[in-house]
Design a protein around this ligand. Structure first.
Ligand SMILES: [Ca+2]
Ligand SMILES: [Ca+2]
Ligand SMILES: [Ca+2]
Length: 323
């Protein structure tokens, strides 16, 4: 049975939690999961952006959701075509990163590419302009490409990551996009595109999927299309919140080199050291003032600093265990 003091503590913690969530995600444009492909594709526009050689008739195909993942199924193949499935109710703001899960089980019988597309508004049929894309080929290679105005960006990439798990497009500045892939928490940037064309600032106003079709069959698949908020100082785990869990990762990987942000390298200089700890501590605030790299204080000690902060950590840990 909860005591009044416990109930009060819970209320304080929930209030703080809501404040943390509100402040952390107060960025331009909606962020978080855009689509887990458990519903339909009504929010998207389907566009054929390339009909290679202007062949006729064109392919017969449809975007479909199978097993909770997005794929494109070609049932009559005539020639090479490229497609986008895009939406404009989400945009990619500076600092944000578009991601989607990809799978080594690529598809059934089909050839070529599936990946992410970030463009300037909805595309026009059989026009390729003002976008960047990153995609997985059926042979396991990953490439990036795109168009600056109508000028094609040179093909980049070609790596064959053994354990690819996701693709990403990060908008690091208004007209600068980093593109690449993840293998778990390990991030690899294949290219950084600086868009110089007249419509450059518009790239980011539409997001979605890209497919290149070169045979009959299913090209797939993508899942969990999502927008990751800009990096929050002190946030190792990428959930937008500063908690003891971020500290724990720094402590675990202290003095290791070649680490990623999610492995504790907040300063992104490829080593986890005191600079990363200090960034976390500054961001964490007075509730965590007693946390040092020599050891984490007992909960009873932290209680003196902030009942709310402690309960917040407990709630977050509890919710993660339940997730
Ligand atoms: Ca899904
Ligand atoms: Ca965090
Ligand atoms: Ca560092």
């Amino acid at each position: 049975m909860a005591t009044n003091a416990t109930r009060f503590g819970m209320k304080v913690a929930l209030l703080m939690l809501s404040m943390v969530l509100t402040s952390s995600y107060a960025v331009a444009g909606p962020t978080g999961v855009v689509d887990d492909f458990s519903g339909n594709l009504n929010a998207y526009q389907d566009t054929r952006i390339l009909n290679n050689g202007a062949h006729a008739p064109t392919n017969t195909y449809n975007w479909q959701i199978t097993g909770g993942r997005l794929e494109l199924n070609t049932t009559n193949y005539v020639g090479i075509e490229q497609f986008t499935l895009t939406r404009t109710d989400f945009s990619l703001a500076v600092g944000e990163e578009l991601q989607a899960d990809v799978f080594s089980t690529f598809g059934v019988g089909a050839l070529q590419d599936i990946g992410l597309y970030v463009g300037a508004g909805q595309p026009t049929t059989d026009v390729r302009q003002n976008y960047v894309n990153v995609y997985l080929r059926n042979n396991g290679q990953v490439f990036t490409r795109g168009f600056d105005g109508v000028a094609e960006l040179s093909l980049a990439g070609g790596a064959t990551p053994a354990a690819i798990s996701a693709l990403f497009v990060r908008r690091s500045a208004v007209d600068v996009f980093e593109l690449g892939y993840y293998e778990g928490v390990t991030k690899s940037i294949l290219s950084t595109r600086t868009i110089l064309g007249e419509n450059a600032a518009g790239i980011g106003s539409s997001i979605g999927a890209y497919v290149d079709v070169r045979s009959l069959g299913v090209v797939g698949s993508l899942d969990n299309l999502r927008i990751i908020p800009p990096n929050v100082p002190g946030d190792v785990t990428g959930d937008g919140q500063i908690t003891i869990e971020d500290f724990n990762v720094i402590k675990l990987n202290l003095f290791k080199t070649g680490q990623t942000r999610m492995q504790g390298d907040l300063t992104e200089d490829s080593i986890v050291d005191f600079a990363d700890f200090r960034q976390w501590k500054t961001a964490a605030g007075p509730g965590f003032a007693s946390v040092t790299l020599d050891g984490v204080p007992e909960p009873a000690t932290m209680l003196l600093f902030s009942t709310g902060a402690l309960l917040l950590v407990s709630l977050i840990r509890g919710s993660r265990r339940r997730a």
